[in-house]
Design a protein around this ligand. Structure first.
Ligand code: SF4
Length: 345
């Protein structure tokens, strides 16, 4: 049976090395050559003896690699990468840069090809779900984009797919990109976003490595949320909020709530007040996202003045609130648009 070394965490590679009779320090060479030195194959891990490389290959180990199909650059500086997986399936990742003093790069990565969650406002939901990405395919988006664009400060699991619907591979990939022998991206600089799968949030709170948690909320009551996000039928707000309180009690971490501002749907002062009440027992911050249109969807973005008023209500109630204006829209790389290139309309 063949096994992808790139999908292995540092500890798993230590185990492999030990089982093959190698010295413990070889694990560091293998891991760092894969994740920082751009090794394409086991033969590229040159500090290993020829014999040990042969042992690895004879034991069925190999290294996968994503193929970069195309790179789209928006006039605002956002870059979208189109990747092909080894079985020909395509996924997208987006690199956002904030230039100027203290410039930072945030990479938005995908964890599934398509998504099963069916959110009404999201282009990814409209393309067919094909499969979960492996930990290697998730981590390789970071490796390849770092190689192309230099150091990345933050990684957010907000691209195609629902991270907690691919829990094990997502957590392994978080461990891989966080490890000091690899990309060494700090846990505070990694964000996992979910539409609210409570079992996954409970599991996350037990992990030794704790990325930031973001919740795709988008509605201030169940009735509206059920209209926008089918997952709300399975996990009503009361259950989700109770789960988040338990998460926060255990982890002491602030939670970010993502809220797409959709015209005449969820953007009134009444919704803002409802949201304040909803979040009143949590240490929370809110990102208001200017809705991004895509084919096959009639929803429209709220006016800027409406978004501003919504923010004011939240801020006056003491909730830290940031407005995320459209980025990467011309190349269909904005929030909720991934996969839109494959949709007709
Ligand atoms: S918003 Fe996220 S969870 Fe919902 S369909 Fe899109 S990718 Fe899936």
């Amino acid at each position: 049976m063949s096994t992808d070394l790139k999908a292995k965490t540092f500890e798993q590679i230590e185990q492999i090395v030990s089982e093959l009779g190698g010295k413990a320090y070889l694990a560091k060479y293998i891991f760092s050559f894969i994740h920082t030195q751009n090794a394409h194959s086991i033969d590229d891990i040159t500090p290993l003896s020829k014999d040990f490389r042969k042992n690895l290959k004879d034991a069925g180990f190999y290294m996968s690699r994503l193929k970069t199909v195309e790179k789209f650059i928006d006039p605002d500086g956002t870059i979208k990468y189109l990747f092909e997986l080894p079985d020909g399936i395509r996924i997208e990742s987006v690199l956002l840069s904030n230039d100027g003093p203290g410039s930072r790069k945030t990479l938005c990565i995908s964890c599934q090809a398509g998504c099963r969650m069916g959110c009404d406002f999201c282009a990814t939901a409209k393309i067919r779900f094909t499969r979960n990405l492996t930990a290697a395919e998730i981590a390789d988006q970071v490796n390849i984009i770092c190689e192309d664009s230099g150091k990345i400060n933050n990684v957010v699991y907000m691209g195609m797919g629902e991270p907690l619907d691919n829990y094990d591979n997502v957590i392994d990939s978080v461990k891989i990109i966080n490890h000091h022998a690899g990309k060494f991206i700090g846990q505070r600089h990694i964000t996992v976003s979910t539409c609210g799968i409570t079992e996954g949030i409970d599991r996350l709170s037990e992990e030794t490595i704790l990325p930031r948690l973001a919740i795709s909320l988008h509605a201030s009551n169940d009735q509206l949320r059920k209209k926008l996000m089918p997952i709300a039928n399975k996990y009503p707000l009361k259950e989700l909020l109770n789960c988040l309180k338990a998460y926060q009690l255990k982890t002491k971490k602030r939670i970010t709530f993502e809220y797409c501002m959709i015209k005449h749907l969820n953007d009134t002062p009444t919704h803002a007040k409802e949201l304040v009440k909803l979040l009143s027992e949590l240490k929370a911050s809110v990102n208001l996202i200017e809705y991004n249109i895509h084919p096959n969807c009639d929803l429209r973005p709220s006016d800027k003045i409406i978004i501003q008023k919504f923010q004011d209500i939240l801020m006056k109630s003491g909730i830290e609130t940031v407005i995320r204006f459209k980025r990467g829209q011309k190349i269909k790389a904005a929030c909720g648009q991934l996969g839109a290139t494959w949709l007709k309309g």
